[in-house]
Design a binder for this molecule. Structure first.
Ligand code: SF4
Length: 392
């Protein structure tokens, strides 16, 4: 039950921006930085903040694949920005190597553990694999802690810890290949080549789960996957690796990034949060959410207007205003169009913009699903937020 009658379909790009291959948005270039091992030293974080302020809008996003995005970069400043990223050791040799090195690593890794070793080996192997032509969004998840934490994070090939040891699993498959920390990276590339050989990317696009829906994984993939049924969502607060800090709508001012760097090295997460290594508390900082009960954690909103050229309305001001009205335990997603970038999965409550001041309300669906109510104005929703939940 998808599709709005009146709205033209949103544009699907099929690739993710990088630093060397940025994407134009409504507020300038989006430059995505793939920090090695998803970690920034304090010097790198301060340097990125400075580059963001000098060449862009001074706004920094964290993506659903745990990468940092510098927003509003001026086209004529891109070359200087790349030079700055090279000085910080935060850019690949070329755009193809950057695109291949699409790895999400559990932020709870410890130096020398399986996740850390495998991610290092995989990054090196992908950088070298110049013949490997994977679709733009194809990615790897390295998630070898005692319990998985990346099962809700998009990835095509997963390296994780099953009940009987490490396994490599094609996304969408119930079983995987037993591996060791030494063999995992090589086997991951073998599985990526299997994906291509099986026609997974016949027109340059395609995802592993789509291939697995029509083909069984290789016959040697027989090891049980980890049990992901008991996994709770991550929240801001202290962990054994450091302090998780949430970003309102996954975005922060560059000055907040620089301020965080004064407290330690930073790890990027796919949950709109940063992990500050080896600390357990922080003083309040602008734009950052430290309290696990903050109502803003119950809403998501994409860039919206004017930052995204496809957006039909401003999204984040409304999300901020409605957050307190979202019942505890539920999630409201406000989307500038039916593409639903900020929360591709179904949410309890969804408002999808259909023009500059009209939203469709969807319950238990995605931004593209059939609305229960149409043409709600932002003012009407602010005046009567119970419209969101009435009759449910
Ligand atoms: S969902 Fe939001 S960010 Fe994505 S294309 Fe639509 S308006 Fe832009």
């Amino acid at each position: 039950m998808t599709g709005h009658a009146a709205s033209p379909p949103p544009k699907v790009y099929g690739w993710c921006p990088g630093a060397l291959r940025p994407m134009m948005s409504g507020d300038g270039l989006v430059v995505r930085v793939r920090a090695p091992l998803g970690r920034l030293t304090p010097e790198q974080a301060r340097g990125l903040a400075e580059l963001s302020q000098r060449h862009g809008s001074g706004l920094v996003d964290i993506s659903a694949r745990a990468n940092l995005q510098l927003r509003g970069i001026r086209e004529d400043a891109h070359r200087a920005l790349i030079a700055g990223l090279r000085d910080l050791d935060l850019v690949d040799e070329d755009a193809e190597a950057e695109a291949r090195r699409n790895i999400t690593l559990t932020p709870f890794w410890r130096a020398g553990d399986d996740s850390h070793k495998i991610a290092q080996d995989l990054a090196a192997a992908l950088t070298q694999a110049r013949d490997l032509k994977l679709p733009g969004k194809f990615g790897f998840a390295v998630d070898c802690g005692a319990a998985p934490v990346l099962t809700d994070t998009a990835a095509d090939i997963r390296i994780e810890r099953g009940p009987d040891g490490l396994i490599l699993r094609a996304d969408g498959a119930d079983t995987g290949l037993p591996v060791t920390a030494e063999t995992a990276a090589g086997e991951a590339l073998t599985l990526a080549r299997w994906f291509l050989d099986q026609g997974g990317a016949s027109e340059g696009r395609g995802r592993m789960h789509q291939l697995i829906a029509r083909r069984t994984p290789p016959t040697v993939h027989v090891a049980a996957a980890p049990d992901a049924t008991q996994i709770s969502p991550q929240r801001p607060g202290a962990t054994t690796s450091g302090l998780l800090v949430a970003l309102e709508f996954g975005q922060m001012p560059a000055r907040a990034l620089a301020a965080l760097a004064d407290h330690g090295a930073l790890r990027l997460t796919p949950w709109r949060m940063l992990l500050v290594e080896d600390i357990s508390s922080l003083p309040p900082l602008p734009g950052l959410i430290l309290d696990a009960t903050d109502p803003r954690l119950r809403v998501s909103a994409c860039t919206g207007a004017p930052g995204c050229p496809q957006a039909r309305a401003v999204t984040r001001d409304l999300a901020r205003d409605l957050a307190a009205a979202v019942p505890v335990g539920q999630h409201l997603h406000i989307s500038g169009c039916a593409k639903g970038c900020a929360h591709p999965r179904p949410a309890d409550l969804v408002l999808t913009a259909t023009n500059t001041d009209r939203f469709d309300l969807i319950r238990n669906g995605t931004a593209a699903d059939h609305p229960l109510n149409t043409s709600l104005s932002a003012d009407a929703l602010r005046a009567a937020p119970e419209l969101l939940t009435e009759g449910s």
